[in-house]
Each structure stands twice: as C-alpha cells, then as structure tokens.
Write a protein that binds this ligand. Structure first.
Ligand SMILES: [Fe+2]
Length: 298
C-alpha cells in the first residue's frame, strides 16, 4: 500500500508558487520519504481549481497558432521541472465506458497490468472519483528478477485516489493493479526523477501476481544488438561475443547472445547456445535463457 498522506490544509497556490516552494525545500530525491516535505504544497496546488484548466487551455490555444499543436501524447501532461531531481505531471484517467478508453484499450492506462513504479512519486486526486487499485508490496530483493521470475507479493488492500486523497508511491515497493474510475479523473504527481544504478526498472506482473511478465528498463535496447548482429562488418560479432561472455549485467549478456543466436540459420545452434547459457552462474542470464528455450519448445 502506498503511504496515505494526511497533508495540512492551506490557501490555494498557483503552479509557479508551488514550484518555487518545492525548490526551497531542497527535497532529498534519493529516498521516497523526501517527497513528503512537499505534501502541504501539493495540497495547496490541488485546492487551486483553475491552474490545470488554464494549463490545458494554453495547450489547446497552440492548435490555433501552431500546426504541430502539442508534443504531449497519451494521458500524461508534463507540468515541467520543479528542481534538478523532481518534475510535475498531471494524469488523466478515463472511465472504462469512455470513448478514449474504448479506443485505446486498457494497456495505455495500465489497467490489467499490475506493476511497480520505477520512481517514487507523491500524488493527489485533483478531480473526479479517482482510480482504485489493489495494492501489493514487494518485500524481496529484485536485483535478479527477470521475465518469468516467480514472485510472492504481499497484498495490502484496495484504495481509491479520490479527489483530495494523497498517496506516496515508493519506488520498487508499491505494486498496484489499477481499476479505471467511474468517471474521468485527474491526478497530480511530483515525481522523483533521480536515477540510481540498480532499481530503475519497472516490473509488470502477470494478472495472477505470481510472476514477472516483463520488465521495462533502460540498460540497453535489444534492437541495437540485433542491428549490430545483422551488420556483419568490422568486428560486430566479436564485440557481441565479448559482451555476451564478460558483461556484469545478465540482461546485456542475454541480449548479445540472443542477437548472435538469431543471426545463425540453424535452430539447433540457437538451442545449443541457450542451453549453455541456461546453466550460467549469472541468475538473470540463466533465467532469461531458460525462458527462451521454453518459448522455442512451445
Ligand atoms: Fe501505476
């Protein structure tokens, strides 16, 4: 369960005052709790019933003067940087029977995709009845997790981010399975964007919460490895082979291996390479290779 925050009341402030106040706090972005210092300011911003409308109107007005309109996509509207390590955003949550939800499907809004956040954030229900979530907590070390890892998440109950409710989501701890609100709702977030080395990955879980379905991370993207393997020039194979053998990160070793394996024509060769990797001491490489073999056999 995210931390339920009972922020004190105060007069409404505008976005500029909010940001200035947050900057003065010099929030610690390395701990989720660092965001709690901004709770009174977020409460006062939430009490401002005009600022978000004005922000959205400003964007709408761009369509009149600029054919490109807006750079924003999806349901998240950046409210800009707050300080070096934090930024603001507004999130729109349509109801399940709305046109927007029906056309884009649940994935854009993370419905039916239980996940943890790869950053900590403080959020307040700004308008509407708010989305609900079934919450779980991660109490294990996620360092060796990979798609297919069996997990035991601890259920902590259901809550709704109703208008005025304020929650602190802790990176790599709070998992939620989201349920669309009964009517379109908006939430405001302060996001701690500071990067750390190990846990800047987001886990998406299977619907039954029993295992990791897939992982979003920014360590490397597989198409880069695949492209290098396909461009058989210079020493691309040697580079990939070197990465596959000696990199400390199991994902990168697997990507290099998969790209090399995919460039081979023989299915049996690929199976041999993955078979060897499935016995490697590195648990992430071992897990990913085992899963690859399972998918080959399916
Ligand atoms: Fe989420």
């Amino acid at each position: 369960m995210p931390v339920i925050v009972d922020a004190p009341d105060g007069d409404a402030i505008d976005l500029a005052e909010f940001k200035e106040g947050c900057r003065d706090l010099r929030m610690d972005a390395s701990e989720a709790d660092g965001l709690l210092a901004a709770a009174p300011l977020l409460r006062r911003l939430q009490k401002n019933r005009r600022f978000l409308a004005q922000f959205l109107f400003d964007h709408l007005d761009r369509f009149r003067s600029d054919a490109r309109g807006t750079e924003h996509t999806g349901q998240i509207f950046p409210l800009g940087p707050i300080d070096d390590n934090h930024y603001g955003r507004a999130c729109i949550w349509p109801s399940a029977d709305s046109d927007m939800y029906r056309k884009t499907g649940p994935a854009l809004f993370y419905s039916d995709e239980p996940h943890d956040p790869n950053f900590s954030f403080l959020t307040v229900g700004y308008s509407g009845p708010g989305y609900s979530s079934d919450y779980y907590e991660v109490r294990d070390d996620t360092g060796d997790w990979h798609p297919g890892t069996k997990v035991q998440l601890t259920p902590t109950g259901r809550k709704t981010l109703a208008e005025g409710a304020m929650f602190l989501y802790r990176k790599a701890v709070d998992v939620h399975s989201q349920i669309p609100p009964a009517a379109t709702s908006i939430s405001l977030n302060i996001v701690a964007a500071k990067k750390s080395n190990t846990h800047d990955q987001q886990h998406i879980f299977t619907r039954d919460m029993s295992s990791v379905a897939y992982i979003h991370h920014q360590r490397a993207n597989y198409p880069l490895f695949a492209a290098a393997a396909n461009l058989d020039v210079g020493n691309s194979f040697e580079r990939l082979a070197d990465l596959s053998e000696s990199h400390r990160d199991g994902f990168i070793r697997f990507y290099a291996l998969k790209a090399l394996a995919a460039s081979r024509a023989e299915r049996a060769d690929v199976a041999n390479v993955m078979e060897t990797a499935s016995k490697d001491p590195n648990p992430v490489l071992r897990g990913l290779a085992s899963r690859y073999l399972e998918m080959m056999a399916a």
